[in-house]
Design a protein around this ligand. Structure first.
Ligand code: SF4
Length: 326
């Protein structure tokens, strides 16, 4: 088996606040295989985005602080690299697509200037070549009239078009790893389907880590899933098996809250939802952090946080229940 494209080992991230140092990501480990699409799933506030931003050291430090861990890419620990080396790597070998292209694109530069800037920064292209390549990239992400669109400012494009521009920028230098943080959340259903199709078409050229709260997106695109809760990975496994047969009550709750096409509900019936909210960083419950919301919680759950353990080939779960009890 080939070695992972990216490997996160025991990553712990905290934020300094008036209430002290609070842990947002608590010793997580995972890897991304070459050519794989891996989904990091959970509700808002579970630590998904903090984990993703930590990979490229994009969190403001302080207040953020990486307390422990290694992020191995190309045989080196990204956490030990000098800022200049890391800058060369960002957008070149590892790229990121953010949730909201409106705030991620520069409003005073044309689309062409912004894509070309990435190419001029990381390649030996001159300006004319960079603009030609930018038009090719816009065509690659199926933006109509790509040459014309180079002259547009972000506000002249629709939300779906801006997200395509972000993807074109991210792909400019053919990155080995693409991190997509909720790339379809701000888009309507039709455009969401088109962007997912586009991401699916990239599988052969790049490994993708997609961050999402939406298990519908996971079912569409991911081969493997990591479920995060309160800064920890609580379940992982191949997407099909995990969605069909979840072992962790939180995963089961997330799946139950997806609207299903073709299932009849009585009039007025509501979708199932997980009771309560994700705990804030300063109010993390003792024991299993999910216990106040869990219908299966036992006495032991209030005091002992279960370890993530292997329960069958490629499936891990952290829960005191025996697998198959749900
Ligand atoms: Fe629920 Fe207990 Fe499992 Fe936590 S450890 S998910 S509280 S059953």
């Amino acid at each position: 088996m080939s070695s992972p494209e990216l490997e996160i080992q025991n990553l712990t991230v905290s934020f300094s606040t008036t209430k002290g140092k609070l842990i947002a990501v608590n010793g997580i480990s995972f890897h991304l295989n070459p050519g794989e699409t891996l989904a990091l799933v959970g509700e808002s506030g579970c630590g998904k985005t903090v984990s993703a931003l930590s990979i490229l050291r994009l969190l403001p430090e302080p207040p953020a602080e990486i307390l422990s861990g290694k992020i191995i890419f190309d045989g080196q620990d990204l956490l030990s690299l000098r800022a200049k080396v890391l800058q060369d790597l960002r957008g070149h070998s590892i790229s990121m697509i953010f949730q909201d292209p409106t705030t991620s694109l520069n409003p005073v530069l044309t689309v062409g200037e912004q894509i070309a800037e990435t190419l001029l920064r990381h390649t030996a292209m001159n300006r004319r070549e960079a603009l030609q390549k930018s038009a090719d990239l816009l065509s690659r992400v199926e933006l109509p009239s790509p040459k014309e669109k180079l002259q547009y400012y972000p506000h002249q494009l629709s939300g779906g078009m801006r997200q395509r521009v972000m993807i074109a920028m991210a792909l400019a230098c053919s990155p080995r790893v693409l991190i997509a943080d909720e790339p379809t959340t701000a888009l309507d259903v039709l455009i969401q389907a088109q962007i997912l199709e586009l991401l699916r078409s990239l599988k052969k050229e790049t490994s993708i880590l997609i961050i999402t709260h939406d298990l519908g997106v996971v079912a569409e695109i991911a081969q493997r899933v990591l479920v995060m809760y309160a800064g920890e990975i609580v379940e992982s496994g191949p997407a099909k098996a995990l969605l069909k047969n979840p072992f962790h009550p939180y995963t089961k709750g997330l799946i139950a809250s997806i609207p299903k096409l073709g299932t009849k509900k009585r009039p007025g019936a509501r979708l199932e939802e997980i009771p309560g909210n994700v705990p804030s960083l300063d109010q993390r419950p003792s024991g299993c952090p999910f216990h106040p919301r869990c219908s299966w919680a036992m006495e032991i759950c209030k005091t002992q946080n279960p370890q993530l353990r292997m329960i069958e080939a490629q499936r891990q779960v952290s829960c005191h229940l025996e697998p198959g009890s749900l």
